[in-house]
Design a protein around this ligand. Structure first.
Ligand code: KG4
Ligand code: ZN
Length: 338
């Protein structure tokens, strides 16, 4: 990592529906608090942006205090602040950005706005040092993209989803199956008791864009399947396992293609969907057969958290990068040349 000093960094993340604050010293996580809003959005079957931002306002200070308490330090021991500045829900992002700016101003601390995707892309580094260059498959509720990470801060997007993200495919599939929200983890659990070859759902492949993804056809196929008499011949576990297999298969297949084309030996899988047990198993096996090693963050660093934001901030702060107090939140923020 560039910069020799082990900075103590406060990370703040509020891009979607989790309010998260963490304290990091070097690569050591002193605290990592995530306050989930699943119970609030669950009844709606998806995130309600207005409710999310209001809840962030209520959660921000208690979560900050809990993170400082767990790390057993005060703000006086913090060297710098890193906050997610985008992409995400702008009302949610603004809560974190405003908190970071207020703390930076009050304590005269350097602070930096971080791209949420860089956080996911580097989260694995808190557990294993993965040398550059590596491929990063970023699979979350909002994104499904493939990046070539050449070095710190040098990330090239190779492809992305044309429609739904992989996490969205899980969440919408779970909703159609009447399983609850967020659906990824529920499908993962249910699928363990099912046969993944029970039903053949379609795997989309975009001919002219080798590294792009598409999940809307799969979603439609599930809807049609559930409305057909065929449904009665299968258990919910079989349907979940077969549907999950179609999502996972496209992610792994596209990764193998990119690893071959670019001759890359290291693949990092990150984002909420990287918690999926079948994806972890399948990508690991694909790596053994295709000459690359697959790395995954520990489960608590797969989904949204502030430790990964603090880590992305740490190398940037150590390299002398700073944001001004005029930093704004951006709903859309490309990772390339972040
Ligand atoms: O990274 P994340 O916490 O938030 C975003 O930035 O989107 O990802 C949340 C997504 C949700 O769609 C959720 O269903 C999915 O990650 N997810 C999973 C699993 N755990 C979380 N999907 C499949 N299997 C899982 N075990
Ligand atoms: Zn995320």
């Amino acid at each position: 990592m560039p910069g020799q000093k082990s900075l103590t960094v406060l990370g703040i993340e509020s891009s979607c529906d989790d309010t998260a604050v963490a304290v990091l010293r070097g690569r050591r996580i002193l605290s990592n608090i995530v306050s989930s809003q699943d119970a609030i959005h669950g009844p709606y079957g998806g995130i309600v942006p207005e409710l999310a931002s209001r809840q962030h306002i209520q959660n921000a200070l208690p979560v900050l205090n809990a993170a400082l308490e767990q790390a057993d330090i005060t703000l006086n021991a913090i060297d710098g602040i890193a906050v997610t500045a985008g992409p995400g829900l702008v009302g949610s992002l603004l809560v974190g950005v405003s908190l970071a700016k207020s703390l930076a101003f009050a304590k005269n601390l350097p602070f930096i706005g971080i791209n949420h995707l860089e956080g996911h892309l580097l989260a694995v580094q808190l557990e294993h040092e993965v040398d550059f260059p590596f491929l990063c498959v970023l699979v979350s509720g909002g994104h499904t993209s493939l990046y070539l990470a050449r070095d710190w801060g040098h990330y090239q997007r190779l492809g992305a989803t044309r429609d739904d993200a992989a996490g969205e495919a899980f969440d919408k599939g779970a909703k159609m199956l009447g399983l609850g929200y967020p659906g990824g983890r529920i499908i993962d659990e249910l699928a363990k008791a099912g046969r993944r070859d029970a039903i053949r759902f379609p795997r989309a492949r975009i001919k002219k864009a080798r590294y792009d993804f598409s999940y809307s056809g799969l979603k439609t196929a599930l809807r049609q399947f559930l409305a057909s008499p065929e449904r009665e011949r299968h258990t919910p576990a079989d349907i979940a396992a077969s549907y999950q297999e179609a999502v996972v298969d496209t992610v792994v297949d596209t990764t193998i293609r990119a690893a071959h084309d670019l001759n890359i030996r290291r693949v990092v899988v990150s984002g909420g969907v990287s918690a999926n047990s079948r994806l972890r198993q399948y990508m690991t096996e694909a790596g053994e057969q295709n000459d690359f090693r697959a790395f995954f963050p520990p489960l608590k660093l797969c989904t949204d958290n502030a430790a990964m934001i603090a880590f992305a901030g740490a190398w940037r702060l150590a390299a002398g990068q700073r944001s001004g107090l005029d930093l704004n939140a951006s709903a859309v923020l490309p990772l390339e040349n972040a």
